[in-house]
Design a protein around this ligand. Structure first.
Ligand code: EPZ
Length: 417
């Protein structure tokens, strides 16, 4: 297994490129199941997760070619409506095939996703949505079996504004008879991107960007081409990096409107941030002023940026209270950051980071995509060497991260562990 070896202390500058959004392209890939045909998706990041989703589309009969950021998908051959456990257990987003398979074939067999590093991640809202559209949903041997002769539009309110459930229900509803409204829908930009892609395929999704989606069912859809939006979480990660160790570091392309909560918070902590069209320019905060965050659904501060904030606050002046409201146990990075000399205590879903003068390099272990990112950020300001192990986690969500960081002057290399 690979590891990253980093030596902290370099001031980073130059341009770091931002790839297409992982959490937009994954549901867009499954939406291609809805209409047999050829699709060209541009600005696709080459990640473990996009490769896993490509494998899944191939297992159900599709064909996927990827060539330097452009993905050609052909779903004419899709016929096997089953997403196997072996794949689904490696990537929860595989569950996104449920809605499209049900809408196109009237049946779907999708393995229940397992838990993940930070605990159970239920899919009950996805299933309630399918039932509300008229599907019969059963659980057999760890597989969700969903069947429906016809899906009929309905009014559905999400108890929690779940990103995944919003996406799955939207994809099931576009071919349903009549109108479906989803109240308390997720407003994340990646769901907006999915809605725009579905409309490019001939769907009629209204209210995109709001928390009430109105989907007018159509009789059929057609293939479409699409360019994926920039990854706001990758960009946010590099913004925090710049706030910790940057000098006029340029992050682009970005959509600043997708990053307002993070930009505001990082600026308030003392970083100098300039926004120029689709570019962010950031110089490190000196000193870093401690501030609290509470994670929330969009447009609030994203849970996927919680671990990165924790690394940022590790050497701040003062204490930062971090309240995780989306996943109460998303704190596997705390113990690893403390191994680097941070002073973080945890009580339920609240972490308190007491700023220390400096961090010291050490061997640390990645546990999930964003935890790994926080360890890299910390290692790049720590004195001495850090070995970050199990970086297959980071490869799920950050394209060529060590190459991009080397381009800024970071001392970081990939080695076989
Ligand atoms: C998406 O996961 C993202 N993944 C996650 O990013 C992100 O952390 C999460 O949204 C929250 O923003 C992808 O888009 C592929 P949710 P998802 O359904 O859809 C509860 C990353 O690092 N819930 O919005 O699985 C759930 O337990 C990944 O890129 C139910 O109770 O998240 C959680 O507390 C990690 N029942 C809350 O809702 C359900 O049926 C939000 O989860 C579904 C969710």
């Amino acid at each position: 297994m690979d590891k990253l070896v980093a030596r902290g202390g370099n001031i980073l500058s130059g341009h770091i490129p931002v790839s297409g959004a992982k959490n937009a392209v994954l549901p867009i890939m499954t939406a291609a199941i809805l209409a047999p045909g050829k699709y060209t998706i541009s600005n696709v990041p080459n990640l473990r997760d996009t490769r896993t989703m490509s494998k899944l589309l191939e297992i159900i009969g599709g064909a996927v070619e990827m060539d330097s950021g452009t993905m050609q998908i052909d779903t004419s051959g899709v016929k096997n409506p089953e997403a196997p456990y072996e794949l689904v257990k490696t990537m929860r987003a595989s569950f996104y095939v449920l809605g499209p398979l049900l809408a196109r074939f009237g049946e779907a067999r999708v393995s229940l996703p397992g838990g993940c590093a930070w605990g159970p991640r239920p899919v009950d809202l996805h299933l309630k949505g399918m039932e509300a559209l008229g599907a019969q949903v059963d659980l057999e041997g760890g597989y969700i079996i969903a069947r429906a002769d016809e899906l009929v539009g309905t009014d559905f309110t999400l108890d929690i504004s779940s990103v995944g459930a919003t996406g799955n229900i939207m994809m099931a509803a576009v071919l349903a008879k009549g109108v479906t409204t989803i109240e308390n829908a997720a407003r994340e930009p990646e769901i907006g991107a999915l809605g725009h892609f579905l409309n490019a395929m001939g769907a009629d999704v209204r209210g995109i960007g709001s928390d009430v989606l109105e989907i007018h069912g159509v009789d059929e859809l057609h293939s479409a081409d699409y360019t994926v939006i920039p990854d706001r979480i990758e960009a946010g990660t590099y913004l925090v990096l710049g706030a910790m160790s940057g000098e006029d570091l340029e992050i682009s392309p970005v959509n600043p409107k997708h990053m307002k909560a993070v930009i505001d918070k990082v600026r308030r902590a003392g970083a100098d941030i300039r926004i120029e069209d689709n570019k962010l320019l950031v110089t490190r905060a000196a000193p870093i002023v401690a501030d609290d965050i509470t994670t929330a659904i969009f447009p609030g501060y994203p849970t996927d940026m919680q671990a990165q904030w924790m690394a940022f606050m590790a050497t701040a002046e003062g204490s930062s209270v971090i309240t995780e409201e989306i996943y109460h146990d998303r704190f596997t990075h705390v113990a690893e950051l403390n191994r680097l000399g941070a002073n973080i205590s945890l009580e339920g879903n609240v972490a308190v980071v007491k700023g220390v003068d400096s961090l010291k390099g050490a061997p640390v272990m990645s546990t999930d995509i964003r935890a790994s990112a926080s360890l890299i950020l910390a290692a790049l300001i720590a004195e001495g060497r850090s070995d970050i192990q199990r970086i297959y986690h980071i490869d799920r969500g950050y394209e060529q991260i060590e190459k991009k960081l080397q381009g800024l002057g970071a001392d970081i290399v990939r080695e076989n562990a």
